[in-house]
Design a protein around this ligand. Structure first.
Ligand code: GDP
Ligand code: IMO
Ligand code: MG
Length: 407
């Protein structure tokens, strides 16, 4: 079976945790988009892994982790990350492959990224990791791919400083480089998991453009970025939090605002530890936006959702969701493409009674209090998509399936 896991919001939904949990039953995990802009935290007992470029599947001991063609790879960041996980006792040798079609992020692109963003009239608030610069060069056909390091003619055309930088990594990487389509074909009978970064609302085409990242973080991106045909993909899982967060700038209709929601945003940020893994920036917090989530489910063929961080609401008297947008006096359930409309949207909310119970030890749907079940049932009905897996804490064990994803 081939399973795709994507973020169904603006990133940081808990993809890392869920990919680690779900990859137990797969042999190969392919990360298909983004670069070191991503930040994924995985907690297994007393070990905490923080990954950016390396697929979260690496934490499971016997999995092959592939950095796909749709990724943009900063080799310095990649080897720093590999050194870091090695220090934590994770053996990765002979388990990491890198697509020869993936593009390389060169050091000067990071500064170019920051300069470009600071010159924008409305900055995006990028992570400064050179992501947009690398994807732009790729689109204009001026990029430099992993495989190009071993093409003497192309290598010789590089600027001296770029070549000197890559000289450090060229031989270290050689044994990891693969033709990904061929590799997946040769292993086509094995279970594979395709791991997204960012989220549907940060996707270059489907997201809140221009306040997006530059890769294809949508489900279709799995086929493009892994070099596999879309018909090979059996199931699409979308990860969403019990609320919504966003890092960086851009419209966020269901964002908690002090004037109407008081301290709610700050409370969620504190209890949910909503600080970026990559930049340390506080994440903006809001209620679960079901208008955006329904759009994410439909436009990505999401078969099943994973609801994470349900435990963050354990102490709240009331839990809110956004069920519509009021734009220019009219209520709509449609997620707009235009950011001026998205910025104007006033959320129409619905409140649920809080469960006031510690969920962290729940290990099945039946263990959940009635109020939490009602919250789950409402979401499923509204977005017309089942919630197959629930997460009630950061640890791998604090997760339960209602339906086995690999069945
Ligand atoms: P990703 O980018 O989608 O992989 O998500 P991040 O790792 O950036 O952010 C999710 C954060 O929430 C991480 O610190 C996780 O350890 C944590 N987390 C994931 N699921 C849960 C959950 O169900 N409950 C709690 N309390 N924390 C969770
Ligand atoms: P994970 O995989 C949340 C956001 C940045 C910025 C915008 C563009 O951890 O969910 P970029 O550096 O990509 O050009 O920045 O996208 N962004 C993320 N936000 N989670 C992420 O990844 C993100 N990756 C990029 O904050 O607003
Ligand atoms: Mg993250």
């Amino acid at each position: 079976m081939k399973l795709v896991v994507i973020g169904a919001q603006w990133g940081d939904e808990g993809k890392g945790k869920i990919v680690d949990y779900m990859s137990e039953d797969s042999s190969i995990v392919v990360r298909f988009s983004g670069g070191a802009n991503a930040g994924h935290t995985i907690v297994v007992g007393d070990k905490v892994y923080k990954l950016h470029l390396i697929p979260s599947g690496i934490v499971n001991p016997d999995k092959i982790a592939v950095l796909g063609s749709g990724m943009v790879i900063d080799p310095e960041a990649m080897f720093n990350e590999l050194d870091g996980i090695k220090e934590q006792g994770l053996e990765w040798e002979n388990r990491i492959l890198v697509s020869d079609r993936a593009h390389l992020v060169l050091p000067r692109y990071r500064q170019m990224d920051l300069d470009m963003d600071s010159k924008r009239k409305n900055p995006i608030g990028t992570t400064g990791r050179g992501i947009g610069v690398t994807y732009s060069l790729k689109s204009s056909r001026d990029g430099f791919r992993v495989g190009d390091m071993y093409d003497e003619e192309r290598y010789a055309l590089l600027e001296d400083e770029d070549r000197e930088f890559l000289n450090i990594y060229k031989e270290k990487m050689r044994g990891m480089v693969c033709n990904i389509s061929q590799f997946l074909y040769e292993n086509k009978d094995k279970n594979m998991l395709f791991e997204g970064a960012q989220g549907v609302l940060l996707d270059l085409d489907g997201g809140s453009y221009p306040y997006v990242s530059s890769g294809y973080s949508c489900s279709a991106g799995a086929a493009i970025g892994a070099g596999i045909g879309p018909k090979q993909l059996d199931k699409i899982y979308g990860i969403c939090k019990a609320y919504t967060t966003r890092v960086g700038n851009g419209p966020f209709p269901s964002e908690f605002k002090e004037e109407k929601d008081g301290d709610l945003g700050h409370q969620i940020m504190t209890i949910g530890k909503e600080y970026g893994v990559t930049t340390g920036r506080p994440r903006r917090c809001g209620s679960l936006d079901l208008v955006a989530l329904k759009y994410a489910c439909w436009s990505n063929s999401i078969d099943s959702l994973v609801l994470t961080k349900l435990d963050i609401y354990d102490t709240f008297d009331e839990v809110q969701v956004c069920i519509g947008y009021e734009i220019d006096g009219e209520v709509t359930g449609i997620f707009p493409a235009r950011i001026d409309l998205m910025s104007k949207a006033v959320p129409v909310t619905k409140s649920f009674k809080g469960w006031k119970t510690d969920l962290s030890a729940c290990s099945s749907y039946d263990d959940l209090p009635l109020e939490a079940k009602e919250y789950i049932n409402f979401i499923e009905k509204f977005v017309e998509t089942p919630i197959g897996t629930v997460s009630v804490g950061p640890d791998r064990n604090q997760t339960f399936n209602r339906v086995d994803p690999w069945a």
